[in-house]
Design a protein. Structure first.
Length: 422
């Protein structure tokens, strides 16, 4: 249960933060966000805000999404002959269009639809009460809503509030905002991690942190925060120098010169022999010194994010030199990592969330159709051409990208299942 809860929290936070980036900048650009959903699947709760967005809570607590006007299949299918009902405002204009059998509108007008234009003319025509002898046309309010077949009520999407009607720069920023939010979240998580663990590991000092109980270091007389000057006459100036000497001398007595409690001492220490990756190495049981200053904690959010991004780009580069599904991971991999993190505590969960967040941001920026990066690339091409791509061609490109991602996801998921469960 702890693993499931950890997975849902990690996955949910990452996706919701990502989608909120798209949501926020779409609003700033004047793009109508018809729905902001938390979770997936059947709707549990819905509320339409004054901003025209319907906020929904859905049954499956995995992620969420935003529906921006004019993208993908956002328009409700209003086909000739279908029965629906209309609710009018005081001026006689259509305020609500109901196509759902699950919802009944009191004092509404039943209509057999002939045609509807909810993009430009904002009109709807049909036979009232089934009277085919007379066609009636109603003007539709610009802020009218439509109750979809599943019972969700959302705003209609006139052309002027659709995604494609926004300025090209605003569209690029809206597409970029999702990954950007993931990068911001990563920085904040690493800062939070620094506070939770009491500081930032300092690799550039010869001062150690805590000494583990009953460890070789404690038995030799080393204390917390001691400054290691040399080991067997080899000068120690940073953590790497210390680990290099100790790891190469398992079971061998070493002479350690250290400053502790204001005095310089020489101690005799024997590293404990451990096995790592088939090799015998030495361990003495000391931790890294922690920089506890506020500046170091805040700066660590940026430095660790930057370092992690560099390692991810290296990993992506290795896919081109030697592709393997083992280098990729999907939801099953996330569940496996969540399981391990849940067993190790809060700090590991925070690091996992930061690691996955920056991964999500970078992968989404890859110039693959259906990803944010692919959409940004199409926006840039449009900016250089001075006109948008043909909608059919753009739709085809997006569909090819979507199919590619789905096939890859299936392969990755099956590979993860094979690795972890068989």
């Amino acid at each position: 249960m702890r693993t499931v809860i950890t997975f849902l929290i990690v996955f949910g936070v990452l996706v919701i933060v990502h989608e909120f980036g798209h949501f926020f900048f779409a609003k700033r650009a004047g793009i109508l966000v018809r729905e902001f959903a938390i979770g997936m699947g059947p709707k549990i709760y819905a509320h339409m805000g004054k901003d025209g967005t319907t906020y929904t809570l859905r049954l499956l607590p995995i992620g969420g999404y935003v529906r921006m006007a004019g993208l993908e299949d956002e328009e409700t299918d209003l086909s000739p002959g279908m029965p629906l009902s209309l609710e009018l405002d005081k001026q006689g204009n259509v305020q609500r269009i109901n196509v759902s059998k699950k919802v009944q509108l009191p004092n509404s007008i039943p209509l057999e639809l002939i045609r509807a234009d909810l993009l430009d003319e904002l009109t709807i025509s049909g036979y009232v009460y089934g009277d085919e002898s007379q066609e009636t046309t109603y003007k539709v309010n610009h802020e009218a809503t439509v109750i979809e077949e599943n019972g969700t009520e959302v705003r209609i999407a006139p052309r002027d509030v659709q995604f494609q009607s926004a300025k090209i720069g605003s569209r690029i920023l809206t597409n970029f905002a999702g990954p950007m939010n993931n990068f911001i979240l990563t920085v904040l998580l690493f800062i939070a991690l620094a506070f939770v663990q009491g500081g930032v590991p300092d690799y550039d000092t010869n001062q150690i942190g805590t000494v583990e109980p009953d460890s070789p270091a404690m038995k030799a007389g080393l204390t917390d925060n001691a400054e290691i000057l040399s080991i067997d006459d080899q000068q120690i100036s940073k953590w790497e120098d210390l680990t290099k000497v100790v790891s190469k001398n398992p079971g061998k007595e070493l002479s350690v010169t250290a400053v502790q409690n204001g005095k310089q001492e020489t101690l005799m220490l024997v590293p404990e022999e451990r096995e790592s990756n088939g090799e015998k190495i030495g361990m003495i049981g000391v931790g890294l010194h922690m920089n506890t200053s506020l500046g170091a904690k805040l700066l660590s959010g940026f430095t660790q994010t930057w370092d992690l991004m560099g390692r991810i780009f290296e990993a992506l580069g290795s896919l081109f030199t030697g592709f393997s599904l083992d280098k990729l991971g999907g939801p099953v991999m996330m569940y496996k990592l969540s399981s391990e993190a849940a067993q190790q505590g809060v700090r590991t969960v925070i690091y996992l969330m930061a690691f996955l967040s920056v991964n999500l941001g970078i992968v989404n920026l890859l110039p693959i159709p259906a990803f944010d990066g692919g959409k940004i690339l199409l926006n840039i091409i449009e900016a250089f051409r001075g006109k948008p791509l043909d909608p059919e061609k753009e739709g085809m490109i997006t569909m090819v990208g979507f199919v590619f991602i789905m096939v890859l996801m299936i392969l990755v998921t099956w590979n993860d299942i094979s690795r972890f469960f068989f």
